[in-house]
Design a protein around this ligand. Sequence first.
Ligand SMILES: [Zn+2]
Length: 255
Amino acid sequence: MQSKRSTTLVGRSEDASAVQQVKDSLQRLFFELIVKFHQSSETLDLEISFYPYAGLNNTIRLHGSKVKVRISDLLQTAPFSVHNALAAILVYKLFKKRVPEKAKTLFRSYVSTPEVRKAIDDIKRERGYKQITSAQGNFYDLEKLFHCLNQKYFNNLLPQPTLSWSRRHTRRTLGHHDRIHNAIIISRSLDSRSVPPFFIEYILYHEMLHVKHKSKIVSGRCYHHTREFFADEKRFEKYREALEWLPKFRRLKRK
Ligand SMILES: [Zn+2]
């Protein structure tokens, strides 16, 4: 089992019995940790499943004595030590305990290896919800806004990514820079006459800064908003107004 699992560092196993073995091993890991915190361990009903998330999402839920664990199938072939660390992270969080540093560090360093990063990117490309529609909205044209901002703040030097309104009227995420598809997606909820130009410009400007500033990896953790990023963001002319307008926008949408 160990040799089989070490051949592919990341991904899904095709072999059903190998998958079952991994599940059994995870079952033991989680059970041992959960009984540390859960009172009625005899009745504990633990269900572990692999799930084809478009990334590395892992969840744990507790309902009475039933514990449901969902693990990204990308982690199916991860080494035992990584499964051990993941179990600790999820279980400690579930019971609101401090996650041991060792587990955090081990898991983080695993998911930041180039192989794992590449696998995540590949899977996102494959499964990721394609959001791209068009840059021309009912009220605002993202291309026009992009060119104005590029001239004003970037000396026209920022390469133009794909610009698109989101397919859905997302409220929580107003803008998003999709590194994999080299695209900026702006929430369709902003394409409205009740949204002032400076606000949508601010949202787009923020995403343009993600094109300009590369993310930084510090001790295995990825930072998208660096100090340089925030300094640049403050150059936006109506920065304060835009920030002040954000709660107004949220209220507006709730009506
Ligand atoms: Zn951002």
